[in-house]
Design a protein around this ligand. Structure first.
Ligand SMILES: [Zn+2]
Length: 385
């Protein structure tokens, strides 16, 4: 990888990618699942980053594409709590809720991470936000509100205990608490490279700072090195840790700050967060390229900013754009997939469809009241009988 944390040039792996994509799809559920979420990454965010890059982004080369509805149980415009919960559990909940049955009796909803653990797989959460932020929380915790950061941290350390927890620290998740819970913890780049990825049974965490990770663009602009490992490097390390379980693994990767830049209508920051997210995805694809047991999903929880690209100004230049809001919007978001079950990704889908695509498990016991389940059953089933 180069200093930006970018793997080798796209052209070097396209051939391998296309070869593997034409390999027969396994009938069984995927052994390995990568779930990539670009927070706030709508179609126009992808278009803007591609315009700057002057070439398609890594995930745009994945062979299966669709668009995905994002609405929450109580609002056409979702937040990352409800959006993440729908992706992680297959159930629509109210905005701000973290994988609990609300509306409903408040029961904890089985997440993709927990489902993987039930299958005996190792699991990981990697994000550029602080780890107790809404999107990773929907996979590894249950809380009535995304603001209950201490509860979310407690669920990570005492209940779900993912094998990998890489992201920003603080915000309810302290180094001391993680160590006391049996995690080897890195707090800087040196500690991160020294993390022993291969000790059997060892859980590893990177808690960088006490907030979100810095924007990629800020380092590019100042000419200084990015102060922490890039998202792509965190993904590479996570794979090193998780690629030792014969049962496979589940890894959620979030490009969290695409959303934050969108809230501030900051195009440059948004573009470079998206490019780094694409670099992180490329690491996963390169690992998976010759495999036939892996599913890679790339999507977003919602769009942020009402972005529109109005003019492509060529590679290395930022496109001309307009923003319509500093909040989220209700537009559908892109969905890209490769590997086992990727052929199920087509047309217009719902964020609640992803649970079955990832597990091929229609019988998984997902606690849900008739009211919340109604939304699921009204739609067309994504899995063929
Ligand atoms: Zn947001």
């Amino acid at each position: 990888m180069d200093s930006r944390g970018f793997p080798r040039a796209l052209s070097a792996w396209i051939a391998a990618l296309l070869l593997a994509a034409s390999a027969p799809l396994a009938a069984a559920p995927p052994r390995v699942v990568f779930f990539f979420i670009g927070d706030g990454m709508g179609f126009e965010q992808v278009k803007a980053a591609r315009s700057y890059a002057g070439e398609p982004l890594s995930f745009e080369l994945l062979p299966h594409r669709a668009e995905c509805r994002t609405y929450a149980a109580d609002n056409a415009v979702t937040d990352s709590g409800a959006g993440g919960t729908a992706l992680a559990t297959g159930i629509k909940v109210n905005n701000g809720v973290i994988s609990q049955e609300i509306p409903g009796a408040g029961a904890e909803l089985l997440t993709l991470l927990e489902h993987a653990q039930q299958m005996g797989k190792m699991t990981g959460l990697v994000t550029t936000a602080y780890l107790t932020h809404a999107t990773p929380a929907t996979f590894g915790a249950h809380a009535a509100s995304r603001n209950h950061l201490d509860d979310i941290a407690g669920d990570y350390l005492d209940q779900t205990r993912p094998d990998v927890l890489f992201g920003g620290g603080g915000q309810g998740l302290t180094v001391e608490a993680a160590q006391a819970a049996g995690y080897a913890v890195a707090v800087d780049a040196a500690g991160f490279s020294a993390l022993d990825a291969r000790t059997p049974g060892a859980r590893v965490s990177a808690l960088f700072g006490e907030d979100h990770l810095p924007y990629e663009h800020d380092s590019i602009k100042s000419g200084e090195d990015y102060p922490y490992p890039h998202l792509s490097e965190m993904v590479a390390k996570a794979i090193e840790v998780l690629d030792r379980d014969p049962d496979g693994f589940f890894l959620m990767v979030e490009g969290a700050r695409i959303d934050h830049a969108g809230h501030d209508n900051q195009l440059e920051r948004m573009v470079h967060e998206t490019l780094q997210f694409a670099a992180a995805l490329q690491v996963a694809v390169e690992w998976a390229a010759n495999r036939t047991d892996t599913l890679i999903i790339v999507t977003a929880d919602h769009e942020t900013g009402g972005l529109k690209v109005v003019e492509d100004n060529g590679a290395g230049r930022y496109p001309s754009v307009t923003w319509s809001t500093t909040g989220h919007t209700a537009v559908n978001v892109p969905l890209y997939a490769w590997g086992v079950n990727a052929q199920l990704i087509s047309g217009i889908m719902d964020n609640t469809d992803m649970f079955e695509v990832c597990t091929a498990d229609t019988a998984a016991s997902r606690v849900a009241s008739p009211e919340t389940r109604a939304g699921r059953e009204a739609r067309e089933p994504v899995l063929q009988p």
